[in-house]
Write a protein that binds this ligand. Structure first.
Ligand code: SAM
Length: 242
């Protein structure tokens, strides 16, 4: 299946539905970048974890029609739910984090505003992050793109991780870790700050909500390095990198 170009589409009702219409950005990408044409075999992803093989039967100006020929469960999705919460970063650094987090298998990314955060978010930026997640998911052969959400306040971001089994908070001013990351199993939420880092009161609040502070060593890492490192460690100990 790896040779087929992959495209996200809205939820399919296969086998009742055997025809799919690809439109919008994914269609433009299919036609102008991937050069999909009538007769091409493609792979459709509807976000359910299923993957659909399809034969393109018609290419119009604004959409294409594909006949679905089969469906199977995607094999690249992680077994464990990992939720990365990351402070909004300047420039295109949040995009970098979303891209790498998608490759490392997160199921959700929450971007948040916090006391010392100086990057701003808006609807367009959030849309862009969702697109980055979709593109990264396709590139690394996942069948789902992680959900990307934004929290205008840090408290709501922390509270959104309530149901996770493990809750780890990368704290740049912690001398030691309050949890042993090598022992984690089950769903995992990870919090990493923005360039400005965290205030003592934000750390205290996260702890009151069940987060354990973890250190990533004695050097201060850039936020994107911290996010990717912590996520890699968690994915490794959850058995997702083997
Ligand atoms: N402005 C902060 C300072 O000067 O101390 C540094 C913030 S750091 C660039 C961004 C985020 O990365 C932190 O809030 C933390 O979540 C994470 N981080 C960076 N280095 C870390 C470390 N050694 N241990 C734990 N977390 C770290």
């Amino acid at each position: 299946m790896s040779g087929r170009k992959r495209f996200f589409i809205e939820k399919l009702d296969y086998p009742r539905q055997t025809e799919a219409i690809l439109s919008g950005e994914e269609f433009v990408h299919a036609k102008t970048v991937q050069r999909v044409e009538e007769g091409s075999e493609i792979c459709l992803l509807d976000g359910s974890g299923r993957e659909y093989t399809a034969l393109v039967v018609k290419v119009d100006k604004r959409s294409l029609t594909a006949h679905i020929t089969g469906a199977y469960d995607g094999e690249k999705e992680p077994k464990t739910h990992v939720y990365l919460l990351c402070g909004a970063l300047k420039g295109d650094k949040t995009e970098l984090v979303v891209q790498k987090a998608t490759e490392l298998g997160v199921s959700k990314v929450g971007v948040f505003n916090s006391d010392y955060c100086s990057a701003f978010m808006n609807h367009n930026k959030l849309e862009r992050l969702c697109k980055v997640a979709r593109e990264a998911a396709k590139q690394c052969m996942r069948s789902r793109a992680p959900e990307v959400v934004y929290f205008d306040d840090f408290e709501s971001a922390v509270k959104s991780a309530k149901q996770y089994d493990n809750k780890l908070f990368a704290c740049e001013f912690a001398d030691k870790s309050d949890a042993d990351i090598s022992q984690i199993s089950g769903s995992t939420a990870l919090v990493v700050g923005s360039e400005g880092g965290f205030s003592e009161s934000e750390f205290a609040f996260a702890k009151s909500e069940g987060f354990a502070g973890v250190t990533l060593g004695k050097r201060i890492l850039r936020a994107e390095t911290a996010a990717i490192s912590l996520l890699s460690l968690a994915a490794y100990f959850l058995g997702e990198l083997t």
